[in-house]
Design a protein around this ligand. Structure first.
Ligand SMILES: Cc1cc2nc3c(=O)[nH]c(=O)nc-3n(C[C@H](O)[C@H](O)[C@H](O)COP(=O)(O)OP(=O)(O)OC[C@H]3O[C@@H](n4cnc5c(N)ncnc54)[C@H](O)[C@@H]3O)c2cc1C
Length: 805
């Protein structure tokens, strides 16, 4: 083994091999992969080898499509067979909810250009004659599904990488990793030490242990998983073609043909986290003891669904472990807090996702950013709230829900509550229905007195509808109150703070006492944050954005931090408080502060420190509801005092608490976008209208400046638009296709129901030539074409006259 390399990758499973294949393909040749044993010595060797494109996130689905397309290329390049079987696959629907789910997936695939189709029970029987369609309403057919040989595929990646210059060192365990003063990584192995500029953790089942060597905790956990292969079955092999895969979510099983028999695997409810205290180093090519009792119920369902199984003998039973992150997607990218340390871990579907993970990581390392938004698998989508036990509980829940219908309004219950604010108890007494984001509890809405505080998951309007309407009307007609803990908040201070912000933000940096809305851009001019920047005092800024992007934003802030002169503190949990919004909000605030908060003294976009009641606060005159409003920030230990002051003073002003559901409805009246819906790295400022906040003339060389200047020169091909939709009982969620003249011309980013305007609203992209006032389109919602019309003016206070009054 050589003593220096540009990149060391730890782990020779399918993921590590894909990483070195892509790094060398994209041009980095000085790459060494170190494997403890032989290639495929973790989860990889006993995988069932199935692959598919389906994923709730469109970019993940696209990367899965990329992975599947790559195998032929690999075979041609290396001559190593992956034993590909492109047999197609069907996902059955046994309930109307599942049918809605598949219709929504089909609609999303249309916008992605994927050729999935809804099929009838009769068509299912033609495709897969061994399937009993009793109780089945229909299915989604995906021609891209198939399976391969896990070992052959891993060796194909490895061979391709070696042909492109990579070195692979086998039977050599990495023992220690430590960062040197110059930023390089010292990697101590059984065969000696190697120093690398970049280190990649692709250690699969041992990713936790390898992470610990660098002092990081990666939120992932292994789960046991069982499948079995049958003896030969004549009904299976006496067929003129190989049978397609069948996914039976109601039976929690997946099935495919293997030679002359079948393979069937289960995601059972009675599932078992594996190696809770860590993975043994001597765990190798061995299987876990089988436990058919755990999958007994699912097997019974399977015998009914595929009667031939009941007579078949079982040839082999495989019980093996593989790793999951809390939401089931991989953990990829630069690990926050470390320099040049990269994660390629928690890849639970290595043969659907491995290629996409390798490509993404290689682009990120070489180009500085991936070519598309990959937040859904970014290691920084999780933060330090992920304790080991939280991770384990969430991973277990995710495994159990692998085949469950996911609803747009669903809140998953495991490991909650974790983080909450002091106001949590007050909201509980008011019958709050809670949601959770980034480990923190927030109020979704307040259920009527006497009603069980639970929102029924649904693709259609839920039981929260009427109550949320009342909360919205309270804001628009009187004054509403809700927490501001759902913002990520950062205090950025010091003599260099202004210039630093001027470089990382694309907009104007406000003078003391003022705030500005500010896009943060990547070098390629993509949106990586939509911030509010407030200069509270000279050289002291409060910067706020999405609560769920804390680790993501802190990683960016730290990557661009100058050696001195700037101090950054993440105050998201320590600085909380309330926003009050609505026509009576100013009077309410004036009643409890001696500061002058009149429009003359404290106009729109002001910020100031002031006493509110007995609390020292920071107040910002801005509100995401689009109404007249104030955000009031205090240290967490003052939150209850602040609440009491505001609630007493607001009693005769119609003060009413409101939750996130109302907030997300109110924003629709103003055509306000939101992070990870309208604003994300797939989109640019000019496409989304955020360019109005860019200060193109500022002298600083802000990040992304060249790209946005070029964009302004060339123009864009699509524009984000607001539509009023003639929806009856189901509003848009995201990624529904937008049709015009019989063709899909765009897609929805988000939307919902505006209780103020009593209209269903959608945001979505249209080609520039179609993005005209009054344009009629159809939006496909749950399989139905719903007419919609484009509106350029916001429905509420279009000229912002009231907002500024
Ligand atoms: C029963 C079962 C069925 C499955 N079926 C499918 C399927 O049908 N389709 C699908 O896509 N996926 C399936 N999977 C999941 C799939 O196996 C994983 O997604 C994939 O193998 C993950 O690969 P990896 O490279 O990340 O990790 P691993 O395969 O675990 O590889 C990690 C490698 O790192 C090495 N390593 C660890 N620590 C060190 C160290 N300190 N020094 C040197 N080397 C080290 C290990 O020896 C190992 O070879 C299945 C898994 C199981 C258990």
């Amino acid at each position: 083994m050589k003593s220096n390399a540009q990149v060391v990758v730890i782990g020779g499973g399918v993921v590590g091999c894909s990483v070195i294949y892509h790094l060398t393909k994209l041009g980095w040749k000085d790459v060494v992969l170190i494997e403890r044993s032989e290639l495929t010595s973790g989860s990889t060797w006993h995988a069932a080898g199935g692959f598919h494109t389906l994923n709730a996130d469109t970019n993940m689905a696209a990367l899965q499509g990329y992975t599947i397309g790559l195998y032929r290329e690999l075979e041609e390049l290396t001559g190593q067979s992956c034993s590909l079987h492109h047999v197609g696959g069907i996902t059955l629907a046994g309930t109307p909810e599942r049918m809605d789910f598949l219709k929504a997936a089909r609609a999303m695939h249309r916008h992605m250009g994927l050729d999935t189709e809804l099929v009838t029970p009769q068509e299912i029987r033609q495709l897969s004659p061994i399937t009993n369609t009793e109780g089945v309403l229909g299915a989604l057919y995906d021609p891209l599904d198939g399976h391969l040989d896990p070992s052959g595929t891993t060796h194909a990646y490895a061979k391709g990488a070696q042909m492109q210059g990579a070195e692979i060192v086998l039977r050599n365990r990495v023992l220690e990793t430590s960062q040197q003063a110059d930023g390089s990584w010292q990697v101590v192995t059984e065969q000696g030490t190697i120093v690398a500029e970049h280190l990649v953790n692709a250690a699969g089942l041992w990713a936790r242990e390898v992470g610990e060597m660098a002092g990081v905790y990666l939120p992932l956990h292994p789960m046991e998983h069982q499948y079995f292969a049958t003896d030969d079955i004549p009904e299976v092999y006496q067929h003129d073609r190989e049978l397609p895969h069948v996914m039976d979510p109601e039976g929690e099983s997946y099935l495919r043909q293997e030679g002359k028999g079948l393979v069937i695997g289960f995601y059972e409810q009675d599932c078992v986290p594996w190696a809770v205290d860590g993975t043994r180093w001597d765990f190798g090519h061995e299987l876990l003891s089988e436990n058919l009792d755990r999958i007994g119920d699912s097997m019974e369902v399977a015998f009914n669904r595929y009667p031939v199984l009941a007579q078949a003998g079982i040839k082999t039973i495989i019980n093996g472990p593989f790793t999951f992150a809390p939401d089931g997607n991989p953990l990829v990218g630069p690990v926050p807090g470390l320099r040049n340390y990269w994660s390629a871990c928690a890849v639970m579907a290595g043969f659907s996702q491995g290629g996409g993970v390798g490509l993404t990581l290689a682009e990120w390392m070489i180009d500085g950013e991936p070519s598309r938004d990959v937040f859904a698998m970014d290691v920084a989508r999780f933060g330090d709230y992920c304790t080991k036990s939280y991770t384990r509980l969430k991973v277990r829940e995710n495994y159990q829900k692998r085949f469950a219908v996911s609803y747009p309004n669903e809140e998953l219950p495991a490991a909650r509550p974790l983080d909450s604010t002091p106001a949590y108890g007050i909201w509980q007494q008011q019958n709050a229905v809670f949601g959770s984001s980034y480990g923190m509890e927030h109020v979704n809405y307040f259920a009527p007195v006497g009603e069980h505080p639970y929102e029924i998951p649904s693709f259609r309007r839920s039981n929260a509808f009427d109550t949320v309407a009342k909360e919205c009307h309270a804001v628009r007609n009187a004054v509403g109150i809700n927490e501001v803990h759902n913002f990520g908040k950062y205090e950025i201070s010091g003599p260099g703070a202004h210039d630093y912000l001027d470089t990382i933000m694309a907009g104007k940096i406000p003078p003391t006492g003022r705030l500005s809305l500010n896009p943060m851009l990547s070098p390629k001019g993509r949106i990586i944050g939509d911030f509010t920047v407030a200069q509270v005092n000279a050289d002291v800024f409060q910067v706020t954005a999405s609560f769920g992007a804390q680790a993501y934003h802190m990683r960016w802030f730290e990557q661009h931090l100058p050696a001195q002169g700037v101090h950054i503190e993440n105050v998201s949990k320590s600085r909380i408080g309330f926003q009050i919004a609505g026509p009576n909000s100013r009077e309410l605030l004036q009643r409890v502060t001696r500061a002058d908060v009149s429009n003359q003294a404290f106009p729109f976009l002001s910020v100031g420190e002031m006493d509110v009641g007995q609390c020292q606060t920071i107040v910002q005159r801005v509100s995401y509801t689009g109404d007249r409003g104030f955000e009031i920030y205090v240290p967490a230990h003052n939150q209850i005092a602040l609440y009491q002051v505001l609630s007493e003073a607001g009693r005769d002003l119609g003060l009413r608490p409101f939750g996130m559901r109302a907030m997300m409805s109110l924003r629709l009246d103003k055509s306000f976008g939101s992070w990870m819906r309208e604003f994300k790295p797939d989109y640019t400022p000019m496409e989304t209208g955020l360019d109005r906040f860019i200060d193109y003339k500022k002298t600083s060389d802000f990040i992304g400046k060249q790209a946005v200047l070029a964009e302004r020169e060339i123009g864009v091909e699509r524009k984000l638009c607001t539509f009023v939709v003639e929806a009856r009982d189901a509003d848009v969620d995201a990624y529904e296709p937008i049709w015009h003249d019989g063709e899909v011309v765009g897609f929805v980013t988000s939307g919902g129901y505006s209780h103020f305007a009593r209209k269903s609203i959608a945001y979505g992209f249209l080609p520039v030539n179609l993005a005209n006032e009054g344009r009629s389109v159809d939006i496909e919602i749950l399989g139905e074409m719903i007419p919609a019309k484009l509106y350029k003016e916001p429905l509420f206070d279009p000229e912002n006259e009231y907002l500024r009054s």
